[in-house]
Structures are given as C-alpha cells and as structure tokens.
Ligand binder design. Structure first.
Ligand code: OGA
Ligand code: MN
Length: 310
C-alpha cells in the first residue's frame, strides 16, 4: 500500500502521494490509484513533475482520451491536451470579450462535456503556470449531496432526464444567444441521477449545461435544477484546491461538479492543461464528433446552426 491518502472533506477529495506519475506504473499501483479515485471522487497530486507527454501517458491508464478541438492556432502539439489557459498561441495573455466570457462560464458549477452524448468521466488538470496566489478550482460532492436529499425528493427525481446544452451554459455566462438559437443546436440527454459505477453509489448529474428537464414545463424544470445545484454546492459538500506549479487534480465528472475560482484573467498568466477521459470507452476507440461540436460552438452565432454530430 504505497499511497498516502490525506482526506480533504471527511468523505470527499483527497491529497494523494507516494507514486511517481512520470514513470510507467505497475498493474497493482494502477488498481490502487483507480480505487482511490473511485472512493474520493477528486484526487490532488502535488508537484508531480509531469510534462505534456507524461501527463498524456499517465492519463491513458483511465481509458480513451478525448481529442481537443483546434478552433484557433494552439500552443500545443498534442491533440489530447485541452488548453484551459488564458494564453494565446504565442503565450501572451488573451484579453478579449470572448475569453472573459468563457472564463466566466468556467466559474459556474459544471460537469465537463455533459452536453455530449458520450459523457466524460475523468478530467486531469495540470498546472504549468499559476497566478501569484495560486488560483483555485472548486469541487462539489454530488454523491453525498444525493444521499442527503429527503426521500420525497429522491422519489421525485426517479427517472427524470436532463437536456444538456453547451450553449445554455454560455448564455448564463453572458453570451448573446437566444433560446431559439439554442434549440437549433445540438444537445444531449442524461438522467439526473445515475449509479456511479466505480463506487455503486448514486450521484446527481446536473449543473451549468443542464437546460431543461425532459417532459417538465420549462420554468418548473429550471427551478428544480437550480434547487438541486444550490443543495449540492452547500459549504459542507465543497472544497477548493489552491494550485502550485506541477500539481495535478483528477476529478470524476460522474460524481462531482467543479468551477474555476477568481483570478484576474486580464493580468495574471494562468497556464492549465487538461486531458479528458471518455466514459467506458476502450483506449482504441476512434474520436467522436467532439472536435466538430466544439468548432461549431466557436462559430459565430450569425452562422447557420451546425448539423447535429452523428
Ligand atoms: C476545466 C475547468 C477550471 C479551472 O478545465 O474543465 O473547468 O479552474 N477548469 O481552470
Ligand atoms: Mn470544467
């Protein structure tokens, strides 16, 4: 049992040490890491020494890595690296309205890519450069939050399905898009409650991308979604990771929500890079319409709605 586990909340989030993630891992250690991840939902690994190549190589132990879209010139050679920085292709701070809004969107509680039909399981975010105070990312425990709901609410949620849209979360961040324009763009349906396979515990699967509840009047659905998000993000279910260079945080999107913390986007350089693991997909699976969907998402709203990815 080489790993050392330091819980952050009593049942959620742990700082883990005792493994060199830059080196190939034994089968036993991989199992141990997966078990720890399933139990704690979020794991924080300090000062890993990972670079892009070893970040990608380590991430593959969790499954198929999604490929990042490339709507703009990128600093990154590897398609597996999602650029979560505020830097342009030359490494200078991007200070545009669109970036400001995207960062604002990141600060709303969300689960990565819930607007895709194939969900993302793990996100592995590595800090390359951080603001002077480190900057923070917040996490919420959607398993304990579900378990603590009154039975009447659990009964009400039984069988309900959420409609998830990338553009809905952008609208909340301030993008000028109408409900009709969102209607014309792709969305994905997922149950509001599901069994988290790694722990066999039930979890809420909601947040910023969840626009409506299928079959429920819009106002009623949105009220219920807001109520669930407020419940699951109470202080007792959340904590923040304060970053240092080289730190890696792994979260399981299927039992957590997360959001970016405040920092001065226009002044402080912040270079964060993410790999993202598809739920239940074999490592050999070809990539899906992710890139197309993202590219369509980045297209000006005056353009016709993109075709639904197949
Ligand atoms: C992400 C994300 C928040 C942050 O990479 O998916 O939401 O703090 N990041 O960078
Ligand atoms: Mn995110």
């Amino acid at each position: 049992m080489p790993l050392t586990i330091k819980p952050i909340l009593p049942g959620f989030g742990a700082e883990v040490s005792g493994a060199d993630l830059t080196k190939p891992l034994s089968e036993a250690l991989r199992h141990e890491i997966l078990d720890v991840q399933h139990e704690w939902g979020v794991t924080v690994w300090r000062n890993t020494g990972l670079d892009d190549e070893s970040h990608i190589a380590f991430s593959r132990m969790f499954g198929h890595l999604e490929l990042a879209p490339r709507p703009r010139p990128s600093r990154h050679r590897h398609r597996e690296i999602f650029d979560a920085s505020n830097l342009d292709a030359e490494g200078a701070i991007i200070d545009t309205e669109a970036t400001r809004l995207i960062k604002k969107g990141d600060r709303i509680w969300h689960t990565d890519s819930s607007y895709m039909e194939k969900r993302s399981a793990y996100s592995l975010l590595l800090a390359h450069e951080v603001p002077p105070d480190g900057g923070q990312t917040w996490f919420a425990d959607t398993r304990t939050a579900y378990e603590d709901l009154p039975q009447s609410m659990k009964d009400r949620l039984e069988g309900l399905v959420g409609e998830n849209s990338y553009w809905w979360s952008r609208k909340q961040a301030g993008f000028a898009i109408t409900e009709e324009e969102i209607d014309a763009r792709p969305s994905a349906r997922h149950p509001l409650v599901h069994v988290h396979q790694g722990s066999r515990r039930k979890a809420l699967y909601i947040a910023a991308h969840t626009r409506d509840i299928v079959g429920m009047p819009r106002e009623e659905g949105r009220k219920l979604l807001a109520e669930l998000t407020a419940h699951a993000t109470q202080p007792k279910y959340v904590f923040a990771v304060t970053w240092g260079v080289g730190d890696l945080t792994i979260w399981d999107n299927l039992c957590t929500m997360h959001r970016g913390g405040d920092f001065d986007v226009a002044r402080d350089r912040r270079d964060m890079r993410r790999t993202t693991v598809r739920e239940g997909a074999p490592p050999s699976e070809p990539d899906d319409p992710f890139a197309d969907l993202y590219a369509a998402g980045a297209a000006p709203l005056s353009q016709p709605a993109p075709a639904r990815p197949s």
